[in-house]
Design a protein around this ligand. Structure first.
Ligand code: GLY
Length: 253
């Protein structure tokens, strides 16, 4: 058929987007903690889409009831169908979910953890990640207990180079990486080491990730750490995690 001869109209789904990731060995799937990304480049979710400017975990967008619904009706059905069709899936399955009127709609699947969702999720993980990856490879996930999560919040704020997601400078020296801080961790993305200096080497440069007893504490800890890191074209959103503030939702994830 000629390209463009057929078009597909899809229903527009308005709602709130969140990320639901599970690890599978092809037969069973264990949920990772819930999270929410911030895809637009500017504060207030304005500007072009990016790979993600920051994320936090857990998110109240997915409460325990909705998590069970997604686990049963999205993740487990997908894993089971893929096995039946001879394309067994082993690894991290990422579902981008639009939540509308309390119901989940799948926007996309990725065969990986999300970036920057991965950073806050791993900061909250109380179990050993390697055990779960090994069991996923070996097909023995059901022999392990469900993954346990710290009852803390975690926030990752992406430090980018001004101009991202379009053109941006590279090779600027990053200062302030040697600060010690028990509440936060700096994940490198677009960086390189040259002659003992750390230089920018991409649009999304660092993922500054902090934990806290509340989401507000985690946000504050991340931005305190960010103040200490500098390079000429450093840019970040100033509102990461804010949309998660509000009535807390009780969740074991
Ligand atoms: N943060 C969105 C993604 O990893 O696809």
């Amino acid at each position: 058929m000629r390209s463009g001869a057929r078009i597909i109209l899809e229903e527009r789904i308005d709602g709130v987007e969140a990320s639901y990731i599970a690890i599978s060995d092809g037969t069973v799937a264990y949920p990772m903690a819930t999270s929410q990304d911030h895809k637009r480049v500017y504060d207030g979710d304005r500007g072009p889409n990016t790979g993600g400017m920051g994320a936090y975990s857990p998110t109240g967008v997915i409460d325990d009831t909705l998590a069970q619904d997604i686990q049963k009706n999205v993740i487990e059905k997908t894993i089971s169908c893929m096995k039946k069709e001879g394309t067994t899936f082993c690894g991290f399955l990422y579902a981008g979910i639009m939540v509308k009127d309390g119901k989940p709609f799948v926007l996309e699947f990725n065969a990986r953890m999300g970036d920057p969702e991965c950073q806050p999720i791993l900061m909250r993980m109380d179990s050993d990640l390697v055990d779960y990856i090994q069991a996923s490879i070996d097909g023995t996930l059901s022999s392990l207990p469900k993954i346990s999560w710290k009852r803390q919040s975690a926030v990752c704020v992406v430090l980018a180079s001004k101009g991202y997601p379009e053109s941006y400078p590279k090779n600027e020296e990053i200062l302030g990486l040697d600060v010690q801080d028990s509440n936060s961790y700096v994940f490198h993305a677009g960086t390189k080491r040259v002659d003992g200096k750390v230089l920018t080497n991409g649009g999304r440069v660092l993922g500054v990730t902090a934990t806290g007893d509340t989401l507000q504490d985690a946000i504050s800890n991340a931005y305190v750490r960010i103040e200490k890191i500098n390079w000429p074209s450093k840019y970040c959103r100033t509102d990461i995690g804010k949309k998660g503030l509000g009535p807390s939702v009780d969740s074991d994830m």
